[in-house]
Design a protein around this ligand. Structure first.
Ligand code: SAH
Length: 364
């Protein structure tokens, strides 16, 4: 699988699009807001740049990226007023892989963003220049010493490729409790290589004192096969395996499918940052969010009350392009119909939460 070509969230603004099914990721961004605000505050007060360059890496095609950008600009604008500073110009880069539906951001979401900025930000605020940067963040994206702040949420758990040597991970599509040891090792080594290189590239692009706030879908446990990071994919594997048993999917086809993801622990992130040596860790935190973004919300809509439906839709907007490229379009409705039922059953019996690991770092 060529991840750079294949991986993207479901584009557009239709019913199964990422744009309409990313409330969970939005919740995570809101939960992380205090850390992001603290980091941009420290950055601004230490550097007072005339042009403030901010990148959101793995921005996808939904509203969340502009939400983050708005938060960051509003924080800086409030600060510069308080400190009687002139407004910086804002230079904003939205990055994702080339297959991302950038146009959905610019066509459908940008007008609202611009209007919000003009109404909520007062006189004297200098312009905000927004551009898209297609390319992998596992490589250089920006000129040397050109960025002040990097934000990335729920993107860096994606690896640059499916690790090599997973042939014996039969019946699984990710690390699972039944995966052989070499599978765990292969995933961890790919993560180390990718994240190490990510840090090196960003260290070249950030100015001295530049900062990054990176939120990973991760785990708190030391054990990489713990349910925290793996269960959501194990249940999708259950749906796929059932379809193999019924002859709808070929066994070899499933045997050669593995998700290019790694859900790291806080210790694993810290180890890589220390090893790479360009950054110091300012904060490292773990939060949790229920699988169903609507969990505990009062809503008049029936669909919202069906956790299985909500989680299956959220996962579909993330995984559909990967599944289509490997198995073809035909199986998609059936897979997600089954997944929804499996999810609903498990969620009625167990506490199901995603673990978020947030690391805030400063370039030395
Ligand atoms: N930050 C957004 C989107 C998260 S979805 C939010 O919080 O809602 C994860 C995004 O990361 C996807 O759009 C995916 O295409 C992107 N991504 C994954 N690997 C990437 C890579 N190597 N380079 C750039 N973007 C990547």
């Amino acid at each position: 699988m060529d991840v750079v070509k294949v991986l993207h969230m479901k584009g557009g603004s239709g019913q199964t699009s990422y744009a309409l099914n990313s409330l969970l990721q939005q919740k995570v961004i809101s939960m992380t807001k205090p850390i992001t605000e603290e980091a941009i505050t420290k950055l601004y007060c230490n550097t007072f740049p005339a042009k403030l360059a901010i990148a959101d890496l793995g921005c996808s095609s939904g509203p969340n990226t502009l939400l983050v950008v708005t938060q960051l600009i509003m924080t800086v604008d409030k600060l510069r007023r308080k400190l009687s500073q002139e407004s910086p110009e804002y230079v904003i880069f939205l990055n994702d892989l080339p297959g991302n539906d950038f146009n959905n951001i610019f066509r459908s979401l940008l007008p609202n963003f611009q209007q919000k900025l003009t109404t909520e930000i007062g006189a004297g605020t200098r312009p905000c220049f927004l551009s898209a940067v297609p390319g992998s963040f596992y490589g250089r994206l920006f000129p040397e010493n050109s960025l002040h702040f990097v934000h990335s949420s729920y993107s860096l758990q994606w690896l640059s490729q499916v690790p090599e040597g997973l042939e014996n991970n039969k019946g699984n599509i990710y690390m699972a409790s039944s995966s052989p040891k070499n599978v765990m090792r292969a995933y961890y080594e790919q993560f180390q290589k990718d994240f190490g290189y990510f840090l090196k590239c960003r260290s070249e692009e950030l100015v001295a004192g530049g900062r990054m706030v990176l939120t990973f879908l991760g785990r708190s446990s030391q054990d990489p096969s713990s349910k925290e990071g793996c269960y959501i994919w194990e249940l999708l594997a259950t749906a796929l395996n059932d379809m193999v048993l019924e002859g709808i999917i070929e066994e070899e086809k499933l045997g050669s499918f593995n998700i290019p993801q790694y859900t790291p622990s806080p210790e694993e992130l810290k180890t890589e940052v220390i090893k790479e040596r360009s950054f110091t860790v300012d904060r490292l935190e773990v939060t949790r969010v229920h699988w169903d973004a609507y969990h505990g919300e009062l809503s008049p809509f029936d669909a919202v009350m069906d956790g299985g439906y909500n989680v299956a839709n959220c996962m579909r907007s993330v995984a559909e392009p990967l599944l289509v490229s490997h198995f073809g379009e035909e199986i998609i409705e059936e897979v997600f119909y089954r997944y929804r039922k499996i999810l609903a059953d498990r969620m009625s019996k167990e506490e199901t939460q995603f673990v978020n690991v947030i690391i805030s770092v400063v370039k030395a």
